[in-house]
Design a protein around this ligand. Structure first.
Ligand SMILES: Nc1nc2c(c(=O)[nH]1)N[C@H]1C(S)=C(S)[C@@H](COP(=O)(O)OP(=O)(O)OC[C@H]3O[C@@H](n4cnc5c(=O)[nH]c(N)nc54)[C@H](O)[C@@H]3O)O[C@H]1N2
Ligand SMILES: Nc1nc2c(c(=O)[nH]1)N[C@H]1C(S)=C(S)[C@@H](COP(=O)(O)OP(=O)(O)OC[C@H]3O[C@@H](n4cnc5c(=O)[nH]c(N)nc54)[C@H](O)[C@@H]3O)O[C@H]1N2
Ligand code: SF4
Ligand SMILES: [Mo]
Length: 896
């Protein structure tokens, strides 16, 4: 059989890696995934998440049928219910009583029609997107500086740079393929320096020449300090400032007034003066500098100002617009950029136009043939959910995002949706925390079925192509939106047959009256205004603008020193640095920092389906400095309760000196589907940046205390279990089994009876193996059916339980040996049996114990030698920073 090979794009991060998918079995949803060697984002590389895509395209947990009020129905019924509901509320309360909350994980075509329906025809701008939580500060920063939301450079600039500053970005885990490109660039150019600015010592620091563990939230001061240093040391490019910029003097006055001396900056930022000076000298003395910034900068009550403080330094030295230099905001989602292009934010309009610009509102109205285009900005995400909570917004349609988990003050979001009159949710997944609150559930196509375009963080438009036919009754998001629009009376404006029809219109709008007669707009892909279906199907990755003057796309912007402002000059912004809005206090003494893990994507609706991705960091955890841990009587493996003014959660304690004292870190990923008390969003303060509306998700004052567990337990079971009434439960999908981590603060159960009830299925031919020591609070049991392990439970009064990695191997066996049956109850692997430890390399399933053992036994000295011995690190390469950690630990042990 000849297998079909399809070129498509990864659905996760903004790197936008090209993929070659080989469809092995179309009906069985079997596919093999490889990096596309020809795609200019990744040249064949993929990270662990991209490489594991084949694990996530099954029908497990897919939403396959529409539902209205809990009943499965056909599309007509569901679409009528949506259209009638929205129409009725608009009639009774006006257009601002309805809202859409959408996502950077939509295709450009989906996003375009959602925005067109709300802003162009319903006539309200109450459509906002999860990009508000992600890079709205970066958008505000670019617009203030350049007059347009335009990313100046590209990935190649990172390879051409001699200094890369990564601030508020854990590139190694969040944009791993770019991190690999940086690593390769350094091998070629040993003089390339890397500075990482992050309160934590992350995996990204592994390649850093200098790590500035900045005090949380103080980057504005640091970059103001840099601007003032550049001025004082004669490092300014005065010719560039005069010719191409405005506002320098007041920006410098502000910078100098707030920053003071290097020693002052260092003190304010919690750094040493020597380190600050080193960084400043490198920036001043290097022509090719790229400053990458991401959520550590954007997710802040003064995020937009921080972005401009960074851009100011590049403008002041003319380090912009040429190969190897520039400020570079890293975006998160696969189509964050496409969303910006179609105007998905509540304050923007399609094709990089603005809602507060009457001429542009008029232009878009004429293009769309509508006289109802919203005349003013709508509610931004946090305000929007406040309005749902207080009842002024009565209907919300949530598409491709999971706000009950990811918005700040998330328990309030849940309460808001609970009391909202009409909640419509479109998702490809059935069980999500947000979907659970939907009155109308709409099944969307998943990544492997979708057809359209996305734009990556270097302005490169690529195709996502379908690998499989639609599953169940799932439909493209654009189709669902257009059907609703049609039923609301807007048939003519939404009469598209394919996503190519929409792309063509989007391209035409970008070129519509976009010439010197008006103010030229940066976003222009007018070359595609007449694109035919076959050409759309064959579309090669290309960087916008794509116009008659630049038919092959545009690698860099601003090379001619011309910007998109009225004067065509870039603008300096005077910055007054501000600390986080809520400072730690006696009741909540720690700063909570939240962010991402290497192998999970956001709310885990897809990556959580992959056993190999779950193996890296299986449970919600809190990282805390050892000194703080000691003060609060916390040890690694304990459970801790974290609490803020807004909510609480329980997490496993990890003590580490990569964390700075006074600050704790918790990953953002866990949901109520997978954990009883793991939603960190419940604690995050809903403070936003007044300029961008982006929440301050990186700094919330919290308290921490040991969770008073009476017992800790772990279950591995072939069939999923319904576990209720236990305070701490985390569910982890393994290969052929589910694992549950448990704990509770009340007296232990009658274990055997309890296990039988939650297993519910009656069994024959079963053996219960049991061991109990009430004195020690220990209990272990295993249910063996036909000599095959079905389920096992381990309970202890301490958090030390058997290593799950070797237990997991027993579930792939059809029979248990005598030794294994015995060892099950001792909780130890059989003699000579493999206990590889927690998985570090998810491509080759190599655990930390195997690595540590091999490093020691064979005296391995570097990552390459580990790779030759164990294959670890030779796949996607995402684990290389961790492999280095084992090497350095071993070296330290040898020295000791
Ligand atoms: N594996 C994985 N990759 C992803 C995603 C995912 O879910 N999983 N999501 C994607 C998305 S949507 C996004 S937006 C990107 C985000 O990519 P990143 O922004 O790189 O990711 P985060 O982990 O949110 O935060 C980055 C770093 O900011 C640091 N930080 C916190 N406070 C401060 C501060 O005050 N100053 C500075 N300088 N740093 C600070 C944190 O310690 C953290 O290491 O990742 C994308 N890639
Ligand atoms: N505490 C804290 N909170 C944060 C952050 C943080 O760093 N800390 N980061 C913020 C950032 S940067 C971001 S981007 C957000 C992300 O937050 P969310 O967008 O809420 O998280 P996801 O899990 O990506 O949600 C996407 C949803 O869309 C579904 N989906 C996937 N593909 C499709 C599709 O094609 N169509 C439809 N209809 N549905 C689809 C998925 O199943 C999933 O339910 O979280 C934000 N929240
Ligand atoms: S770096 Fe990883 S997650 Fe991001 S696009 Fe590439 S393969 Fe996908
Ligand atoms: Mo994001």
């Amino acid at each position: 059989m000849i297998k079909t090979q399809i070129k498509t794009t990864c659905p996760y991060c903004g790197v936008g890696c090209g993929i070659i998918a080989t469809v092995d079995d179309p009906a069985g949803h079997q596919v093999s995934i490889q990096g596309d060697p020809e795609h200019p984002a990744n040249f064949g590389k993929l990270c662990s998440k991209g490489a594991a895509l084949s694990d996530t395209v099954s029908l497990e947990n897919r939403l396959l049928y529409p539902e209205v009020s809990g009943k499965r129905c056909d599309w007509d019924t569901a679409l009528d219910a949506v259209a009638d509901g929205l129409t009725r509320i608009i009639r009774d309360y006006g257009p601002d009583a309805v809202a859409f909350y959408v996502s950077g994980q939509l295709l450009t075509e989906d996003y375009y029609v959602a925005n067109k329906l709300m802003k162009g025809f319903i006539g309200s701008a109450n459509i906002d997107t999860n990009s508000r939580l992600c890079m709205s500060s970066a958008v505000a920063g670019y617009k203030r500086a350049f007059g347009a939301d335009a990313v100046p450079g590209n990935y190649e600039d990172l390879e051409l740079a001699d200094l890369i500053v990564l601030t508020g970005s854990n590139t190694a885990w969040c944009h791993p393929v770019i991190f690999q490109r940086i690593r390769k660039a350094r091998e070629k150019n040993p003089s390339l320096k890397i500075v990482v600015i992050d309160p934590r010592r992350t995996a990204t620091c592994d390649s850093a020449d200098l790590h500035l563990a900045v005090k949380p939230g103080m980057d504005g001061l640091l970059f103001n300090g840099l601007l003032s240093f550049l001025a004082q040391t004669g490092a300014l490019d005065k010719v560039y400032i005069d010719a191409h910029t405005e506002g320098f003097d007041s920006a410098l006055v502000s910078a100098m007034a707030s920053a003071g001396t290097i020693a002052d900056v260092a003190e304010g930022c919690g750094l040493t003066a020597a380190d600050v000076e080193q960084f400043f000298n490198w920036f001043a003395g290097t022509r090719n500098v790229v400053t990458v910034y991401s959520q550590g900068i954007n997710q802040s009550g003064s995020g937009s100002d921080k972005c401009n403080a960074i851009i100011n330094c590049h403008l002041a030295t003319g380090k912009i617009g040429q190969p190897g230099m520039g400020p570079f905001s890293f975006t998160g989602q696969p189509n964050a950029m496409g969303g910006r292009e179609v105007g998905g934010l509540a304050n923007t309009l399609a094709a990089h136009m603005e809602l507060d610009n009457p001429e542009q509102v008029d232009l878009v109205g004429r293009f769309w043939g509508s006289d109802r285009v919203a005349a003013r900005p709508g509610l931004k995400a946090v305000e929007l959910f406040d309005a749902i909570y207080d009842g002024s917004v009565k209907a919300v349609w949530i598409i491709a995002t999971n706000p009950v988990v990811t918005l700040p003050n998330a328990d309030k979001i849940k309460a808001a949706l609970k009391q909202c009159e009409l909640v419509i949710v479109s998702d490809c997944i059935e069980a999500t925390d947000t979907m659970d609150l939907a009155h109308i559930k709409l099944p969307a196509l998943g990544w492997s079925e979708k057809d359209g375009t996305v734009t990556n963080m270097e302005r490169r438009i690529s195709r996502q192509r379908p690998l499989f036919q639609a599953s169940g009754m799932a439909k493209p998001d654009w189709w669902i939106i257009c059907q609703v629009a049609t039923r609301m009376g807007y048939r003519e404006a939404f009469n598209y047959r394919t996503s190519a029809d929409i792309f063509r219109e989007h391209a035409a709008l970008s070129g519509f009256e976009n010439d010197d007669s008006g103010l030229v707009r940066d976003f222009n892909i007018s070359s595609f205004a007449g694109i035919k279906q076959e050409q759309f199907d064959q579309l090669q990755p290309v960087q916008w603008p794509v116009t008659d003057n630049a038919p092959d796309g545009t690698a860099r912007l601003f090379g001619d020193g011309q910007f998109y402002t009225v004067s065509k000059k870039a603008q300096f912004i005077a910055i007054q640095p501000r600390p986080p809005v809520n400072a730690p206090n006696r009741q909540y003494p720690f700063t909570l920092n939240t962010g991402r893990l290497r192998d999970q994507w956001h709310t885990m609706t897809r990556t959580g389906l992959s056993a190999r991705l779950n193996a890296h960091k299986p449970e919600p955890f809190v990282e805390i400095h050892p000194a703080d841990a000691a003060e609060y009587k916390l040890k690694t493996q304990d459970l801790a309760v974290l609490e803020s003014r807004w909510g609480s959660m329980i997490a496993r304690v990890v003590t580490t000196d990569s964390q700075q004292p006074g600050s704790v870190f918790v990953p953002m990923h866990w949901t109520a589907q997978l954990s009883s008390r793991g939603r960190i969003g419940a604690l995050v303060n809903p403070v936003v940046d007044p300029c961008s509306g982006q929440p301050e998700s990186k700094q919330t004052p919290v308290a921490i205390a040991r969770y008073p567990a009476k017992w800790y337990g772990m279950i591995l079971s072939r069939s999923p279990l319904m576990i209720t009434g236990i305070e701490y439960v985390v569910k982890i999908k393994g290969n052929g089994f589910s694992r549950y981590e448990l704990a509770d603060s009340t007296q232990p159960h009658h274990w055997r009876q309890w296990l039988e009830t939650i297993r519910s299925k009656p069994v024959e031919n079963n053996d219960w193996l049991e061991y109990s020591d009430p004195e020690l609070g220990a209990y272990r049991s295993a249910l063996v059916i036909d000599n095959r392990l079905d389920c096992c439970l381990f309970v202890s009064s301490t958090p030390v339980l058997p290593e799950p990695a070797w237990l997991a191997t027993l579930f792939s066996q059809e029979t248990l040996s005598r030794a294994e049956r015995l060892r099950l109850l001792s909780g130890l692997p059989p003699m000579g049996g493999e206990d590889c430890g927690r998985i570090v390399c998810s491509c080759f399933n190599v655990g930390e114990k195997s690595i540590a053992k091999a490093v020691k036994t064979f005296g391995l000295n570097n990552v390459e030698e580990i790779g030759q011995r164990l294959s670890a690190g030779t796949g996607c390469g995402s684990c290389i920073p961790e492999l280095k950690k084992y090497l350095s630990q071993n070296a330290a042990a040898d020295r000791a």
